[in-house]
Design a protein around this ligand. Structure first.
Ligand SMILES: Nc1ncnc2c1ncn2[C@@H]1O[C@H](COP(=O)(O)OP(=O)(O)OP(=O)(O)O)[C@@H](O)[C@H]1O
Ligand SMILES: [Mg+2]
Length: 280
């Protein structure tokens, strides 16, 4: 059975996609270090913009709607997801489902009119559970059926929080959505943690905001991700941080390099792996 983590926050530009891409790539690298494990990771991009897929499958992330995630969400019965899987550019054990930008926009519009509209992704991914160790799902910056599907399919949620006053106070709607999903579909849905992102040490209020986050969500705040131009450059080069800033010589299982962003996302990967080991 795969462990499914959804990266969500209805606020835009808080680092959801950056987190989804780097967590998925880091997990693939870590699992790939042990050739006996045969560990595989799947990245699912529920954002019609497809930004996460640009980093793992540039120029091959779109497919005709009937052969993409769109069909898994909208067709009855849905096609087989196995045949859709594509291998990521930089990691042999990282896979993704191709998307279709216009088709996903249309799917977001039509899902509310379809039966079982909240559980369609979960059902499609059920057929892939045995093939993957981890499934990482990126989500769009708004409430709607695409987000709800991503939550219904998840074991737990990672919530990137931009460390500003607005970022900390703007989580009510997401919490309400998570409560609704628990009440109606998935009582076991957990929050893996709140991930402070885009942290700027030089800003005087940074520490104050971290303290406020800790106060609101005791023991649920993950080690922060600082603002780093490496992350932005990696994404515009269609790469994850571990590919963009690799260590000089990679010893098996080693993810991080001299780039602080790679060290910080490597730490998140370790925490997810540790939680997975505890679950087994
Ligand atoms: N820690 C960071 N340091 C510097 N730049 C970052 C960091 N995290 C994300 N970015 C950049 O900030 C922008 C927004 O990040 P990202 O796309 O990950 O956010 P998002 O929450 O997925 O946005 P959206 O809601 O639009 O999907 C991107 O240009 C990304 O490269
Ligand atoms: Mg995004």
């Amino acid at each position: 059975m795969a462990i499914t983590l959804t990266i969500a926050n209805e606020k835009g530009g808080v680092g959801k996609t950056t987190t989804a891409v780097n967590l998925a790539a880091g997990l693939a690298l870590a699992l790939g270090a042990d050739p006996t494990s045969g560990g595989r990771v799947l990245l699912v991009d529920m954002d019609p913009q497809g930004h996460a897929l640009l980093a793992v499958g540039y120029e091959q992330w779109q497919a005709p709607a009937p052969q993409s995630l769109v069909a898994l969400l909208t067709e009855t019965p849905p096609p087989s997801p196995q045949r859709m899987l594509r291998q990521a550019s930089h990691h042999a054990n990282l896979f993704f489902l191709p998307s279709n930008r216009d088709g996903m926009v249309e799917a977001a519009r039509t899902l509310p009119t379809l039966m079982a509209n909240e559980t369609r992704l979960a059902r499609a991914l059920a057929g892939l559970q045995k093939d993957f160790d981890f499934i990482i799902i990126d989500t769009p910056p708004n409430t709607g059926d695409l987000l709800v599907n991503a939550l219904v399919a998840a074991d737990s949620v990672i919530i990137p929080v931009e460390t500003s006053y607005l970022g900390v106070s703007g989580l009510r709607e997401l919490q309400r959505t998570i409560e609704q999903v628990r009440a109606h579909f998935r009582p076991q849905l957990g929050v893996f943690g709140y991930l402070p992102t885009l942290v700027e040490e030089v800003r005087a209020e940074a520490q104050e905001i971290m303290t406020e986050l800790e106060k609101r969500y005791p023991r649920q705040v993950l080690p922060p991700i600082h603002k780093s131009s490496d992350l932005a450059y990696a994404h515009s080069s269609h790469m994850d941080i571990f590919t963009y800033r690799p260590p000089r010589q990679r010893s098996p299982g080693q993810l991080s390099s001299s780039s602080r962003a790679s060290q910080e996302y490597a730490r998140l990967v370790e925490l997810v792996l540790a939680a997975a080991r505890r679950k087994k």
